[in-house]
Design a protein around this ligand. Structure first.
Ligand code: HEM
Length: 534
């Protein structure tokens, strides 16, 4: 008990001796962890074997993780290898067969949710309940995706407003913007127009919270997970930003949830003009599944979970594409012509965006060429698990696939020449159509939202991203709008290379792009944005 309270004191009131004790326990815990979960496959990227070598390797991996994984994959020497990270070993498989096996493994054996729990420590960050009973995810497939076409007018309205506000509304005027900040704002607003509607999607404090939530969960996950289980409740107390965000979210969402609940109780199914947004779908879902939606906090947490899953992934992907676009201006003319032609033919509809083959190809190529990190589809072994090639994984082993290396493997026919080719996937479709113009399947071949063992960007197997159709339509819609209403050019002082950190690539957060408005603003928008942030 004395030791526990010493450690608690060490965490909450740091002084040198307490910090030393905490660091000692931490290292001891790591030592035990490293050796308890030994997987008998080669460790790459370490100067020498054993615990100390792994620590050197782990420090190296922080900066050069991508190169370590790529070199091991390209050497062709390993079907399975492992790398040392600061707080764990990570097993990587390289063959198609093993990737298939992991993608489709029984979740009771190799678990996606256990892995989310390990990485984000959900019990201390997002709530155990939201993570254990994931019924809210059904409404992404069932409503968000299915209603995409119907709701495009709403998305367009929000986009036009947000672009005028952030990128300039005056014809001929040039605005230099920080790309990651601006597009995180724009995309969070757009998504929240679908999640909770207007006016909350334009409320500065709410949007700030929705943006920060994912970042805070990720950071707190790292802070908490490095400690032994019995110390985690104390470590979680260092993460005050999450309860603070949840309190702000509650401040705005609770009155809306309560108001809607009253109406649901009063009118039931007769409530004709009920809102058509994600908040309402999960409130209706709670009634359908459990007979009521009386747990306001639970509804709020499920909505914030969606913000966690969708905002940063979408905006980072979007920024990555935008950086490629302004650095490869030779693509702009073709993409603009295609956008104009499709909008003229089909209007701002899901059909128009699905027919923008060049744009889809360009986006997919950016995500292939740059990507958001060297690995994807990480699973945690819940039981001692033996892979198809006989390698045993002890409980708790984290195993994943080298997504960026696969997407750049010249032995895969689609990637024979891995250099950037924005119309790589468009050309595949064109070739199919040349062979048979009636081939309707050609339009659906090798799309960005496809999932397979050679297209892993949105996952594959049992847990492909359910928000990918939403993300794809949203990205294409904004890109189309930018291409047809703005000239986009690089900023001479900006660098566009991503930041790399362990297994993450983050689009450069300091880079700017110049946006020059080419067209007159849509009627009414200027007046509306004058009041937008009030
Ligand atoms: C370009 C943007 C996005 C990217 C790159 C992305 C990527 C991914 C990936 C790779 C996975 C699967 C992970 C795995 O199998 O290990 C995933 C899962 C998930 N994504 Fe996305 N995502 C994006 C946008 C969104 C959006 C907009 C939403 C919500 C509207 C969303 C909701 C989810 C959810 C709920 C899961 C978990 C699925 C499950 O529990 O089976 N994502 N995402």
């Amino acid at each position: 008990m004395g030791l526990v309270s010493d450690l608690a004191t060490g965490l909450l009131h740091p002084n040198w001796s307490n910090l030393f004790l905490v660091a000692f326990i931490f290292l001891l815990h790591k030592e035990i962890q490293f050796y308890c979960k030994k997987v008998k496959v080669p460790v790459v990227g370490v100067p020498f074997p054993g615990y100390i070598g792994s620590w050197f390797g782990a420090v190296w991996f922080v900066r050069y993780g991508h190169d370590v994984i790529r070199a091991a994959y390209e050497s062709g020497r390993y079907t399975v290898f492992q790398v040392a990270m600061l707080e764990r070993m990570l097993v990587v498989v390289t063959t198609k067969e093993l990737m298939e096996e992991i993608c489709y493994a029984d979740p009771a054996d190799l678990s996606f949710y256990q892995n989310i729990d390990t990485d984000f420590q959900v019990q201390y960050t997002m709530s155990r309940e939201v993570h254990t009973h994931t019924w809210h995810i059904h409404y992404i497939h069932d409503q968000l995706t299915k209603k995409l076409n119907k709701s495009l007018d709403v998305m367009k309205d929000e986009m036009v407003n947000a672009c005028a506000l952030f990128l300039g509304s005056k014809k001929g005027a040039t605005v230099k913007v920080n790309v990651t900040e601006t597009f995180l704002d724009i995309l969070t607003r757009l998504s929240n127009r679908y999640f909770v509607g207007k006016p909350l999607c334009r409320n500065l404090e709410y949007i700030h919270t929705a943006k920060e939530y994912a970042k805070d969960v990720a950071i707190c996950g790292i802070i908490i997970r490095v400690w032994p289980n019995w110390l985690k409740p104390f470590a979680a107390r260092l993460c005050s930003s999450i309860p603070k965000n949840q309190k702000v979210a509650m401040k705005y969402l609770a009155p809306i949830i309560e108001q809607r609940r009253d109406k649901m109780e009063l009118l039931g199914k007769k409530w004709q003009d009920r809102p058509d947004d994600y908040l309402q779908w999960i409130m209706d879902g709670a009634v359908e599944n459990f007979g009521n939606c009386s747990d306001t906090r639970d509804i709020m947490l499920r909505l914030m979970f969606l913000n966690f899953a969708g905002n940063h992934t979408s905006s980072e992907t979007f920024c990555m594409v935008l950086y490629q676009l302004v650095n490869r201006p030779e693509y702009i003319k073709s993409l603009r012509e295609e956008a104009v032609a499709m909008i003229e033919k089909y209007g701002y509809t899901a059909l128009a965006f699905s027919m923008m083959s060049k744009l889809d190809s360009f986006i997919r190529e950016c995500t292939r060429f740059v990507s958001l990190g060297p690995i994807i589809i990480t699973r945690t072994a819940k039981i001692p698990y033996t892979l198809g090639n006989g390698i045993s994984l002890p409980v708790g082993t984290q195993i994943c696939m080298p997504h960026h290396s696969v997407h750049n493997n010249p032995n895969i026919p689609l990637y024979t020449d891995p250099n950037f080719d924005g119309f790589r996937f468009h050309n595949v479709r064109e070739t199919m159509l040349k062979e048979n113009p009636e081939n309707k399947q050609a339009h659906r071949t090798e799309l960005w939202t496809a999932t397979s063992t050679q297209q892993l960007f949105f996952g594959n197997g049992r847990h492909p991203c359910p928000g990918r159709f939403f993300a794809s339509t949203q990205s294409k819609m904004i890109l189309t709008y930018l291409l047809t209403n703005y000239e986009m050019t690089t900023d001479s002082e900006s660098k566009y290379e991503p930041h790399t950190w362990q297994t993450m690539y983050i689009p450069n957060v300091f880079a700017n792009i110049n946006f020059t408005r080419l067209t007159d603003t849509e009627p009414g928008v200027t007046e509306e944005i004058a009041f937008d942030l009030s």
